[in-house]
Write a protein that binds this ligand. Sequence first.
Ligand code: SAH
Ligand code: SF4
Ligand code: F3S
Length: 437
Amino acid sequence: MIKTYGCQMNERDSESISWILSNLGFVETDDMIESDIVIFNTCAVRQNAENKLLGNLGDLKHLMEANNLKKIIMVCGCVMEIDSSREFLEEKFKHVDIIFGTNSIAILEDLLEEHLSTKKQVINIDQINLKTREKIGQNRRYNFKSYVNIMYGCDNFCTYCIVPYTRGREVSREAKDIIAEIKHLVDGGVKEVTLLGQNVNSYGKTLDPKILFTDLIYKIADIDGLERIRFMTSHPKDISKELIYAFDEIDKLMPFLHIPVQSGSNRILKLMNRKYTREDYLEKIELIKSLKRDIALSTDIIVGFPDESDRDFEDTIDLVKTVGYDQAFTFIYSIRPGTLAAKMENQIPDDIKNARLQKLIEVQNDISLEKNKMYLGKTLNVLVEGKSQKDENFYSGRSEEFKLVNFKANEEDIGNIIKVIINDVKSFSMNGEKVED
Ligand code: SAH
Ligand code: SF4
Ligand code: F3S
């Protein structure tokens, strides 16, 4: 059983872990009691993500004691790359058998073998080279869509962020390996790929000869049978004009862009080491809005970064209104040990952070609803993903604009792109009716 927290990187990593273990004869389950191995793939991006691990390990220990169960317990992912957190686990949770890092998944078989022969706690957080990593396959969660790593790591060191410490230095995969992987996925029925990297716009910098992200997209778009291309995450400082124009050139490139701004205040952006100003950012948004196609926009925003004043926060609210995002992922700043912002003065009290978050959410929810209302009566192309999580009688899927759409359909529609006419909208989702061909 694999429990995955955090971002798409971790979800994709869990598919590799599942592949390695299934080659050894294991079968993935979601039944904790029945499982022989339990793996926690952890996230460290905010303190509350990190806290989940300790609760889960405690619960598992009780479950095992109460039912007299024996299991191999593994903990991996970003939290294990933070020395203090890993050392705490080694000390206090002796019942964890194998601890490994984000870059040592490729040698999991060796780690398991070592544990089975020594019966000791095995720990490995080495950086395993890219060549070894290329040999690892994936057990796909869906057979019609897939994440595809195009690069690993991050070199940006935004001052609030732990990711450069947990994922290591930025390194790009060879374009030919990425293309071979996508061709293989498409042969297996995949219609949509999402290209993954912490900063996809800087793809190719570590390659010789260098290749630009936009050129990679053009190559991928040539793959027959592939219908939809998405990517994330884009760092605003590196988004090129060529990439923006590609939305008008490549039909397969879905009209949706996640472009995290983090703050609308130049002073805070500077303290965050984001390397763009509010004006630079808005200029890129203007260019996107001038395209022939309408591109849906989403963003990430942090409130309560150290020294954020009411005025800075108002700048963020103002930017959110100016851009008019379809969706925003909003976070309360969380101190991450070892980052520069953790040591900054004027950390913001919790009550102010909470109040700012509430205000931001209210503003954004209204904008999201207004944006969604524009879809009423329109027919969208939706890739059907499965039964709706909220209502058994409905299926759900994503439109080209990445809108979550619910509708009545059949089991056979899963994995197909169907037409849905929208008749009701909320802030986060919309309902519609399948249009029969
Ligand atoms: N590479 C991506 C995002 C990685 S983390 C990017 O650059 O956009 C996802 C989001 O978590 C970030 O965009 C940021 O908004 C949020 N985040 C990261 N560190 C955080 C922290 N210490 N506290 C609160 N939110 C944080
Ligand atoms: Fe973190 Fe910044 Fe890298 Fe994104 S670009 S992962 S926010 S350091
Ligand atoms: Fe979390 Fe690591 Fe992703 S910290 S957000 S799982 S890169």
